[in-house]
Design a protein around this ligand. Structure first.
Ligand code: M7G
Length: 230
């Protein structure tokens, strides 16, 4: 698979050894190198106001390029991997295997649903107006996975990351029981909860304090320290 600066390879090692799957990021930025290094992290408490004054200005300047996402949406990459597509410009999305999944067994199933709508950065941008979009992804994503992989909704963990690495709204679908990286309570928000929270309060994600871990070398953590929030 090749998409923008990302590619995956399968190395056929001697038969007595396992097959090796690698992900190559080339050229990698300093931020990519940090992302893949094991680092100590700290839990940050972000109020709605902190998001506006600290996080948003930072992510507008510093976040990873989402060119790979646009390549998928424009069918310039990974088009042959698409599992399901809803082409509606408002509630539409593409569902395809996450590049971490080798697709050899459903035990570690991992797909991502990417919204066709551009400009929804993360959970923080969601309001009641996005409910039809979220409900469509939830419903149709589960149906598509049942059809393709014979895995019922009761076997799926469907969630968003906050903070994500890539600020174009996407939803993670993983197999329940598989400890996917980033599925812990400090980062994963179940889509079912997100929908209910927005139904009971349209401004939920604009106003609530959200918690997330930041690595010690993350520039955003320095911003929180400078603001005396840590
Ligand atoms: P995230 O929450 O923004 O970041 O999720 P994370 O990587 O810190 O979890 C983005 C998701 O998209 C992750 O699960 C990635 O493994 C996946 N992903 C990233 N890239 C660059 C690609 C890609 O080029 N193709 C595919 N199919 N998945 C990708």
């Amino acid at each position: 698979m090749k998409n923008d600066i990302y590619s995956t390879y399968r190395l056929q090692a001697p038969p007595q050894l396992n097959e090796i799957k690698t992900t190559v990021v080339c050229p990698a930025t300093e931020k990519h190198i940090k992302k893949y290094q094991r680092q100590e992290s700290f839990l940050v408490e972000e109020t709605g106001a902190d998001y506006q004054s600290i996080t948003l200005p930072y992510i507008q300047k510093q976040s990873f390029s989402v060119q790979w996402v646009y390549n998928i949406l424009e069918k310039k990459a990974e088009a042959d991997r698409i599992v399901f597509e809803d082409p509606d410009p408002t509630v539409g999305f593409l569902l395809l295997p996450d590049f971490k999944w080798d697709q050899k067994q459903v035990d570690d199933l991992y797909l991502i649903a990417i919204t066709l709508q551009r400009g929804i950065r993360s959970l923080r941008d969601l309001t009641q107006e996005h409910l039809p979009l979220l409900q469509t992804i939830f419903q149709k994503g589960k149906e598509a996975i049942l059809q393709r992989y014979q895995l019922p909704a009761s076997k799926l963990r469907v969630y968003l990351h906050y903070q994500p690495s890539y600020y174009h709204l996407h939803v993670h679908f993983t197999k329940l029981g598989y400890e996917a990286p980033g599925c812990g309570v400090e980062r994963a928000h179940l889509l079912a909860d997100v929908i209910q929270n927005l139904q009971s309060d349209p401004e939920y994600y604009k106003t609530r304090t959200l918690y997330f871990p930041l690595r010690v070398d993350d520039g955003l953590l320095s911003k929180y320290k400078e603001a005396g929030r840590l």
